[in-house]
Ligand binder design. Structure first.
Ligand code: FO1
Length: 318
C-alpha cells in the first residue's frame, strides 16, 4: 500500500500520475480538511472534492477545482436576491455538498461520506479525510490599506483569506483551530502504519500538509517511518516559485526565505527523501546537509506523462 498526504490541486495531479502508473498497489490518500467551510448551510470540503473530481476526470481543467462544464444557476439566484457569493459554487458541485451535508446530519462520519462519494464517482483510490473532527485553518493577516477595515491585522478563516481576499494579505501566522482536541481518523492511523511508502504530495506545507502533520500522533508516526526510510516528500516550490497559490509569499513572511530548501527544513524530521525539480539540482547538497536524501527530477506536472513519471520516481526513490 502507498499512502499519500495531500492538499488540493497539486496533490490531485500527482495522484492522477500515481493511479496511471500501473503499480498494481493499493493507494490511500489522506486529505487536508483544514480548508473546509460551511456556506449556505452546506459542508464543503474543497481539497477532498478537488481530488475526487480530478480522479473522476470531471475537474474543471482551467481552475483545477470544481466541475468542468458547470452551470451557475444557483449563484444567479443568490445574486438576484442581493447576496454576494464570493465563494463560487457551481450547480453540480452544490449537489455533492447537499449530499455530504445531509449524510453528516444523519450521523455519518466524514470518513464514511467521503467513501460513499469516492465510490459513486468511481475513484480508484481510498480517499480519507485527515480527521472526522472539525479542524479549521485560521490565518492572521494584515489587510491591505484599501480594504474597508483598512490596514488592520485580523484573523481570517482560510477560505476568506484564500478566495475572498485572493490571498493578497500578508500572512503573519497560521494556526489550526481545534487541533489539540481533534483526533486523526482511525483509517488514517491504520494507513500510515500499513503503507510500505508514504508520499507527501507537492502541496503547501503550511496550509495543506501542516494540518495533517499537526494531528495528534501523526508527527510521531511520520518521524518513525522517516527513520525507516519510508517517507518521500515532493517540493511544491520550483526555482523559488510556488507552482500555484501563495506559498512563496507565506514562506517569505514566516520563514524569511522561499526556496525548496525552506520546504525541506519544514519536513526535515518527517521525511527520508526530498524530491526537488531538476531546476533546483543545485540545492541537492544544501538539502543533504539537513540529513535528508535529496533527488532531482522534473516535478512540474505539465501533462499526465510527467505526473506518471514523477509518481514512479517517488515510489522508487531511496
Ligand atoms: N477557489 C477560488 O479561488 N475561488 C472560488 O470561488 C473557489 C470556490 C471553490 C468551490 C468549491 C471547491 O471545492 C473549491 C473552490 N475553490 C475556489 C478552490 C479552493 O478554495 C482552494 O483551491 C483550496 O481550498 C486550496 O487548496
Amino acid at each position: 500500500m502507498i499512502a499519500v498526504l495531500a492538499g488540493g490541486v497539486g496533490a490531485a495531479k500527482f495522484l492522477q500520475g500515481l493511479v496511471n502508473a500501473e503499480l498494481q498497489e493499493e493507494v490511500v490518500v489522506i486529505v487536508n480538511t483544514g480548508d473546509d467551510l460551511v456556506q449556505y448551510g452546506l459542508h464543503i470540503s474543497p481539497d477532498l472534492d478537488t481530488i475526487v473530481y480530478t480522479l473522476a476526470n470531471l475537474v474543471n481543467p482551467e481552475t483545477g477545482w470544481g466541475v468542468r462544464n458547470e452551470s451557475f444557476q444557483a449563484r444567479s439566484s443568490l445574486q438576484r436576491l442581493g447576496d454576494n457569493p464570493w465563494f463560487t459554487l457551481g450547480d453540480r458541485d452544490i449537489g455533492l455538498h447537499m449530499f455530504r451535508t445531509q449524510r453528516l446530519s444523519e450521523g455519518a462520519s466524514l470518513t464514511q461520506v467521503t467513501a460513499e462519494i469516492a465510490k459513486a464517482f468511481n475513484v480508484g483510490v481510498t480517499v480519507l479525510p485527515m480527521s472526522d473532527d472539525a479542524v479549521r485553518t485560521k490565518v492572521l493577516a494584515q489587510l491591505p490599506s484599501n480594504d474597508d477595515r483598512g490596514d488592520q491585522i485580523v484573523e481570517l478563516d482560510f477560505q476568506e483569506y484564500f478566495v475572498r481576499y485572493q490571498h493578497q494579505p500578508r500572512v503573519l501566522r497560521v494556526r489550526y483551530d481545534h487541533i489539540e482536541t481533534a483526533k486523526p481518523a482511525i483509517a488514517v492511523e491504520h494507513a500510515l502504519s500499513a503503507a510500505r511508502r508514504i508520499i507527501i504530495a507537492p502541496s503547501n506545507p503550511i496550509l495543506s500538509i501542516g494540518p495533517i502533520i499537526a494531528l495528534r500522533g501523526i508527527d510521531e508516526q511520520l518521524r518513525r517511518r522517516a527513520k525507516e526510510g519510508d517517507v518521500v516528500a515532493i517540493s511544491p516550490i520550483i526555482a523559488g516559485e510556488a507552482v500555484k497559490g501563495p506559498l512563496a509569499e507565506i514562506l517569505d513572511s514566516l520563514m524569511t526565505q522561499h526556496d525548496a530548501r525552506t520546504v525541506a527544513q519544514l519536513y526535515q524530521e518527517f521525511t527520508s527523501v526530498f524530491i526537488v525539480d531538476a531546476a533546483d539540482a543545485h540545492l541537492i547538497d544544501p538539502i543533504s546537509t539537513l540529513g535528508i536524501t535529496c533527488l532531482a527530477t522534473q516535478t512540474l506536472m505539465t501533462d499526465l506523462e510527467v505526473a506518471v513519471n514523477l509518481a514512479r520516481f517517488a515510489v522508487m526513490a531511496q
